[in-house]
Write a protein that binds this ligand. Structure first.
Ligand code: SF4
Length: 420
């Protein structure tokens, strides 16, 4: 989402006549877009900003601004701690950012429409030449106890369907065939009577689109209508990153996640009973305040039951400004790390089993790029988000779909051969 915001702002600036500097030394303005989701992200951003101070000392007219979630979270204190900064602005303030900059083109600068999420500026954040990210929603109405996002991104805002579809069409015009719809709780999307399921159907109708992905959905917001579209629309890739966070109902309640392990598993069951190879990945937090050994075991059981294809796993770390940061922690860092390691070990073995299920199967893969390790091979992805290496062929190009048979496995990576 942050990459998308940065690219969108860059597009707005370019539209107004600003160009990317060759390097920081040559820049008139430096904007640092920041993330607040983990304390570590803020620390790295502050270190990067401090590194810019000598530039400002050498070039007094240089403007340095901090944008994004950390700007919102730390606000004025950033200006106090880093007095060489010229401004700090929260997320979704592209217009304000532009107002802070010297105007190069007065005619364009009066067009404030460009600043909104529903801007008519045809823009798509191209992850590469064949795939684009499209933001459809920002903010979050949930209040998970460990998460800072609702405080820094605010309440949910939805982008108008017309604007989303125009952006997808603009991406297709640049050669894109795969889009990923983005939002903090992407499946909470609703605008002008259209649900997320309805928007997916509209997106699937765009000529030239072959694969649709989305992230991140919230388990509470899965509806029957959505499941029907996910399982019935062939252009929607059979993969979801569905954050579970814990397998224990008591911990889920403390986390204010608003679903139970049974609710969660019923989504997994619906997806996998229709397609046993449906890719499901997740996020897990180990060692939440007060997590007992039994509650931790319930998380391990969830991993086994859901048979995740992969997971991002973290040891709990308190985030200042969230309600869980006020809860007393009983586990030591070493105990949390030990639980994390146990979780990673179990998930690695499950990932391997899930990946092995593809051996001998025919899969359509989207070719991404030549392999870095061996120029005689290409890397591609299945719809279920599994990486496949195939021997190169002379007509291979980025963004091409090829059918292959999966013949082997190396680590967690599949090896295939183009069929036909
Ligand atoms: S759903 Fe929960 S974890 Fe996700 S962004 Fe919202 S508050 Fe944070």
């Amino acid at each position: 989402m942050n990459e998308y915001d940065s690219a969108r702002l860059a597009a707005l600036l370019e539209f107004r006549g600003w160009l990317p500097a060759i390097n920081a030394e040559k820049a008139d303005i430096i904007l640092v877009n920041t993330c607040s989701v983990r304390a570590k992200a803020e620390e790295s951003a502050i270190a990067r900003i401090r590194d810019l101070k000598p530039l400002k000392e050498r070039n007094k007219s240089l403007k340095i601004g901090v944008l994004g979630c950390m700007a919102k979270n730390r606000g004025e204190s950033l200006l106090k701690d880093l007095p060489f900064l010229d401004f700090v602005l929260p997320p979704n303030s592209q217009l304000s950012t532009l107002n802070f900059l010297p105007t190069l083109n007065s005619q364009l600068s009066s067009n404030s429409q460009l600043s909104t999420l529903n801007s008519q500026l045809l823009f798509a954040k191209l992850a590469n030449n064949y795939s684009a990210f499209i933001a459809i929603q920002s903010g979050c109405n949930m209040k998970c106890s460990f998460c800072i996002v609702p405080y820094v991104r605010g309440m949910e805002q939805y982008r108008e369907p017309d604007s989303v579809i125009k952006e997808i069409e603009a991406a297709v015009a640049k050669g894109v065939s795969e889009v990923t719809l983005l939002g903090q709780t992407v499946n909470g999307y609703r605008c002008k009577g259209l649900s997320f399921a309805g928007l997916l159907k509209l997106a699937a109708g765009v000529k030239g689109i072959e694969r649709i992905r989305f992230m991140s959905p919230h388990p509470k917001l899965y509806t029957n209508e959505l499941l029907e579209v996910l399982l019935g629309e062939p252009k929607i890739a059979p993969h979801v990153h569905l954050p579970a966070q814990s397998g224990s109902n008591s911990i889920l309640k403390k986390m204010k996640r608003q679903y139970t392990r049974e609710n969660y598993l019923s989504i997994v069951e619906a997806l996998r009973s229709s397609n046993p190879l449906y890719g499901i990945t997740t996020d897990i937090i180990c060692g939440y305040p007060g997590e007992t050994e039994e509650e931790f075991e319930e998380t391990l059981m969830l991993l086994r039951e859901a048979e995740f294809d992969g997971a991002f796993m973290f040891a709990y770390s308190p985030r200042e400004g969230t309600s869980s940061a006020l809860e007393k922690e009983f586990l030591t860092e070493a105990q949390k790390k030990a639980r994390l390691q146990k979780t990673i070990d179990l998930q690695n073995s499950i990932t391997l089993e899930r990946t092995r299920l593809l051996l001998g199967r025919f899969e359509k893969i989207l070719l991404e790029k030549p392999s870095r390790k061996n120029s005689g091979e290409w890397v591609g992805k299945t719809g279920s988000f599994k990486k496949v290496i195939v021997p190169a062929q002379p007509d291979f190009r980025e963004g091409m779909y090829v059918d292959c048979v999966i013949e082997g496995i190396n680590g967690h990576t599949l090896r295939g051969k183009v069929s036909g």
